[in-house]
Design a protein around this ligand. Structure first.
Ligand code: FAD
Ligand code: NAP
Ligand code: SF4
Length: 691
């Protein structure tokens, strides 16, 4: 089952076929299950069909849909996607037909949310409420359990009828089957509670019932929680025992689940080193004979190849990387890995959208999940376009416009492209941002953009060129505060620190607790800053990087420890840091839905002092003077770092407009407030699509 290398292939282990007996998958890449918001609706699921067909065209070996519930109680939310009768199976037929026409294969994930259901009809092994849901579940009766098993089997049969190549039974991430397995959620004393054999009985019976229902020639993937990362999770010997019984019950593939949703350990965010959890899957090698899939933070072919060649797994699973680039496999297979638009694991446009009940898309690929609504067409009349500023907005605009056939010149004042992303990637855990710049750099070459770095262009030079349109993507400049002592030598801006390399003292106050203020606090409190490689792959290979992450978040590699948890040992900060804001709300309340908690927990564990309701009065030799909740205070510091937002940089606008030049503003140059790269890239792409 271990892939045999095909020497001619650039990624021989990853691109080797996988023989499941009744079917051969064309490579070792699985697109993992992910809710994107296209999974339900009235009538055929056409948008979902186009979305998956596009990924099938890109060459992925097997895809898994977002979770579909086997009954109403198991849905994620009221009216959430389920498959309980023929009409729902018929809705999916358009998906499987489109995927098969595109040469792909697809399995439907059967997901029973159990106590994670966001509705009042939630059920579970016991009536133990989840810390991340407001609804207390009703404990299933034995009759209810038998009915649930039958519902799984019925759902799988309907999926087969809908044309799916298989199903994935969700047994991890803290959903229903996982809830039965763990003592933290299973308090039963009957045949489905008590010892491990009883607690895992439901998972095994579900797999057995599904196999009986669908026959031998249908893929059954079981997603097994191999590292729960919660108190009361399984031990490794228990996991091995369950894996064997799941295989015996008829599963064709075992996929790896890492961490329950309620775990307080980040497992997929950008700070998690690449391929940080493949050692977990590797432990199961040799214990079962069916293929093992590994997952979490694998986003580039060289990482996938290393994992497979090293024998950690038989197949790799990636989900978000296929939002970022549907042609991921195709590019790898044709020796164009440098053209891959890499998922930077930011969660900003995918998971954060889903948790805000919005359709998912992707920060680096705004076309994702909008395949039926948004395409870019070649131009009929070629125009000469100048784009000023090679930050995310300007890069997206210039490469999209040139890709359509326009003659585009991109001016950048700095010596390299990237704008503020060059500062972002210096933040520990944000090294991935460099990949976006590599991608755009390659797109500039491929689309024939005339790049002029080191050129702080002015209005006169632009007008002299006679461009048809000038796009100003000149970004932002830090807001200048009117505060006594703002010119003091101890005052620095985030640009001074991250771009200018200015030294920061041991006692620091940061003014401004937005995204950049939090990043600055992490930068200043991380003892590894500047010592680990900035290259994402190097960083992920650096044992210090993975070890530092395991220690900081309390991940135990000793297989005998239940749940894989140990006492977190956050690094000792080299500085004392105070993070201040004027608002009276909780600092960091506006950070990302799925990542904000990580940043707040990081600062807490590193002892950063948070100050809300601040009114700054002056900065002097002693430090920062302020009123905090009306009380006068002095924070004695050596440095004050200003992270108080930005204003648009539009110095060229008036002269260009006065000369009658057609001008468009994008990104931070357009609106600086609440600007992020998601908006900058989307707006740059939209403008280019319309030029
Ligand atoms: P910019 O990135 O500011 O680029 C403008 C470019 O124009 C600059 O390169 C500048 O040199 C150039 N320029 C200006 N005038 C001229 C001229 N006359 N001639 C030629 N060139 C000119 N966003 C997120 O979404 N997620 C994050 O996690 C995140 N983290 C961040 C962390 C840090 C530390 C920082 C500083 C920012 C972060 N951001 C993040 C914000 C994100 O980087 C910005 O929203 C984004 O860069 C804005 O893009 P832009 O193209 O509008 O402007
Ligand atoms: P921001 O999020 O708007 O935060 C600015 C901070 O400055 C706030 O704390 C604000 O809070 C304070 N402030 C504003 N005006 C001030 C004034 N006159 N005096 C003193 N304090 C003032 O902006 P940012 O931190 O500069 O980040 C820029 C953008 O980059 C953000 O919109 C964000 O989306 C993006 N970003 C995202 C991430 C991410 O992880 N997703 C990370 C970094 C940056 P008070 O008014 O309460 O003091
Ligand atoms: Fe990856 Fe961010 Fe895109 Fe989500 S939004 S797919 S995490 S790059």
């Amino acid at each position: 089952m271990q892939p045999t290398a095909t020497p001619a292939s650039p990624f021989p282990h990853m691109l080797a076929p996988l023989d499941l007996g009744h079917v051969v998958l064309k490579n070792r890449v699985l697109m993992g299950s992910m809710h994107v918001g296209l999974e339900h609706g009235i009538g055929p699921l056409s948008k979902m069909a186009t979305y998956f067909a596009r990924r099938a065209e890109g060459g992925v070996g097997l895809m898994v849909t977002g979770g579909v519930a086997p009954n109403s109680a198991g849905t994620t939310m009221p009216l959430g996607g389920k498959m309980t009768h023929r009409l729902e199976a018929w809705q999916h037929k358009v998906v499987t037909d489109a995927v098969h026409e595109a040469g792909g294969r697809i399995a439907m994930q059967i997901l029973h949310t159990g106590r994670y259901a966001y509705h009042p009809f939630a059920v579970g092994p016991s009536n133990v409420k989840s810390p991340i849901s407001m609804f207390k579940p009703r404990a299933l009766s034995v009759r209810g359990i038998k009915k649930t098993i039958a519902d799984f089997a019925n759902c799988a049969t309907l999926a087969q009828r809908a044309g799916y190549d298989g199903v994935e039974i969700m047994g991890s991430e803290g959903y229903l089957l996982n809830q039965f397995i763990a003592t933290r959620t299973n308090k039963r004393t009957d045949a489905y509670g008590g010892d491990y054999a009883n607690r895992s009985r439901l998972a095994v019976e579900v797999v057995r019932a599904v196999r009986q229902a669908v026959g031998p020639e249908f893929i059954i993937i079981f997603r097994l929680s191999m590292l729960d990362l919660v108190e009361g999770g399984s031990t490794w010997p228990e996991i091995v025992d369950l894996a064997k019984r799941i295989e015996g019950a008829g599963a064709s593939i075992l996929n790896t689940g890492i961490g329950w949703h309620e775990a307080r350990v980040p497992t997929i965010a950008t700070l998690v080193p690449r391929a940080a959890f493949t050692w977990v899957t590797r432990r199961l090698k040799g214990e079962v004979s069916i293929p093992l899939v590994t997952s979490n933070r694998i986003n580039m072919p060289d990482v996938a190849e290393r994992v497979l060649a090293g024998g950690d797994a038989d197949m790799i699973s990636m989900a978000r990387p296929f939002l970022a680039d549907p042609d991921w496999v195709l590019k790898a297979a044709t020796d164009r890995a440098d053209e891959i638009n890499t998922c930077i694991a930011c969660n900003q446009a995918c998971l954060d959208h889903i948790f805000s009940r919005k359709r998912a898309t992707c920060l680096v690929n705004p076309f994702a999940c909008y395949e039926t609504e948004w395409q870019v067409h070649p131009v009929k009349a070629r125009r000469r376009i100048a784009v000023v500023g090679a930050g995310p907005a300007g890069l997206a605009c210039a490469t999209t416009a040139a890709g359509r056939g326009h003659d585009v010149t991109l001016y950048e004042a700095a010596e390299t492209i990237g704008g503020q992303f060059n500062m972002a990637r210096k933040i520990p855990g944000k090294q991935e941002f460099k990949e976006t710049l590599r991608y755009f750099g390659r797109q500039i070459e491929l689309t024939g953009v005339h790049l002029k770095c080191g050129t702080a262009v002015d209005a006169k030079a632009l007008l002299a060129e006679g461009f048809d349109t000038v796009v100003l993507a000149t970004g932002v400049q830090p807001r200048r505060l009117k505060l006594q002592g703002i010119e003091h030598s101890k005052v620095l801006s985030y640009v001074d620190v991250l771009a200018g390399g200015k030294q920061v003292g041991e006692r620091v106050a940061i003014i401004g607790a937005g995204g950049i203020g939090f990043d600055m606090a992490e930068f200043l409190t991380d003892p590894h800053t500047g010592t680990l490689s900035e290259d994402p792959l190097d960083a992920s290979l650096d044992p210090a990087s993975a070890e530092a992450y395991f220690e900081e978040w309390g991940i135990e590699q000793d297989p005998s420890v239940r749940g894989g948890l140990k006492k977190p040992a956050p690094p000792t900060s080299p500085r004392t840091v105070h993070l201040c804001q004027r608002r009276t709300t909780r600092p960091g309340a506006n950070l990302g839905r799925t990542t904000g908690w990580i940043h707040r927990a990081t600062l807490k564990s590193r002892g950063v002092f948070l100050h809300s309701g601040c009114e700054y009065t002056k900065i002097d030799d002693v430090g920062l003077h302020l009123f905090e909740d009306g009380e006068a205070k002095v924070i004695e510091v050596d440095s004050v770092v200003i992270c108080a937002g930005q204003v648009p940089r539009r110095d060229l606008l008036a002269d260009l407009q006065a000369a009658g030049q057609d001008v468009v503003l994008i990104g931070g140059a357009d609106v600086a407030g609440e600007l992020d790269a998601k908006r900058a890239i989307r707006q740059g792409t939209e403008i280019a699509a319309a030029l």
